[in-house]
Design a protein around this ligand. Structure first.
Ligand SMILES: Cc1cc2nc3c(=O)[nH]c(=O)nc-3n(C[C@H](O)[C@H](O)[C@H](O)COP(=O)(O)O)c2cc1C
Length: 235
């Protein structure tokens, strides 16, 4: 690769960020296929390619949003329903420690601050949480599942595929938001998808064209400098 090509690759990686407000502009099916075709070059342990992707648009998307939003709203009213909506794998730790909890808080309050949501404003927080299940208005949802027979490592494989999807989308002028939020509602999601019993929901991506005028999309998250997370060993 020459310097210009390197810059294109780096730009696609570094300009990707989580977009939480989309235009209703549709995405051509050919473009989605193209992105998935490129993304499937992701590595996977012994080339098992354990990913399966459901591309949801149109009427199916509307049905998904309606059912999951209803469940989320019921959960907000009756927190005891949480029992029904356990994730199949714990994405986050049960007990948080520094520095991760600090970064998590900084991220949450940064986002809420931008949206004018103050501490204790539970209704507003719930409304923002609900935006997840409206796909932030993105016209396309990609639901990634894995066969339950596969090991935990297959989630690493799928994660690599997902990152490829987000970068390939970015290169084509599209934006994304990876979403673990849907995992709580996996029984509903898998039912709407018509997925077989042996599949587990791993992650969701909202895909579409970013709304350039929405303040939420100005939220750019920081990263630690390389020295803070890298150990160079020589001798
Ligand atoms: C696996 C995964 C799940 C995520 N789930 C959600 C989610 O449910 N809702 C959301 O708004 N953002 C979600 N995010 C986005 C993160 O908050 C975001 O990646 C992080 O703050 C870094 O910001 P950036 O993506 O803009 O660089 C998720 C990210 C990852 C990698």
């Amino acid at each position: 690769m020459n310097m210009e090509q390197i810059r294109y690759v780096d730009d696609a990686i570094t300009t990707r960020h989580s977009v939480r407000a989309f235009l209703d502009t549709p995405v051509a099916t050919e473009t989605i296929k193209d992105i998935l075709n490129v993304a499937a070059r992701a590595p996977s342990g012994t080339n098992t390619q354990p990913w399966k992707v459901y591309v949801v648009t149109g009427q199916k998307r509307a049905e998904m949003i309606e059912r999951v939003c209803a469940a989320q709203q019921a959960l907000f009213q009756q927190p005891e329903l949480a029992e029904q909506y356990q994730e199949t794998f714990a994405y986050y730790p049960e007990t948080w420690i520094s520095p991760f909890i600090d970064r998590r808080r900084e991220n949450g309050w940064g986002l809420y601050g931008l949206l004018g949501i103050q501490k204790g404003e539970k209704e507003k927080m719930a409304a923002q949480q609900l935006r997840n299940y409206q796909l932030f208005d993105a016209p396309v949802a990609l639901y990634f599942t894995v066969n339950k027979a596969m090991g935990i490592g297959s989630k690493m494989d799928i994660s690599m595929m997902i990152q490829n999807v987000m970068i390939a989308a970015k290169a084509r002028g599209l934006d994304t938001c990876p979403q673990a939020a849907w995992n709580h509602f996996h029984p509903i999601v898998l039912d709407v998808l018509g997925a077989p019993e042996n599949e587990e929901l791993v992650c969701t991506i909202a895909l579409g064209y970013a709304d350039p005028d929405h303040i939420v999309n100005t939220f750019i998250t920081p990263r630690e400098p390389v020295e803070n997370f890298t150990v160079f060993l020589d001798q």
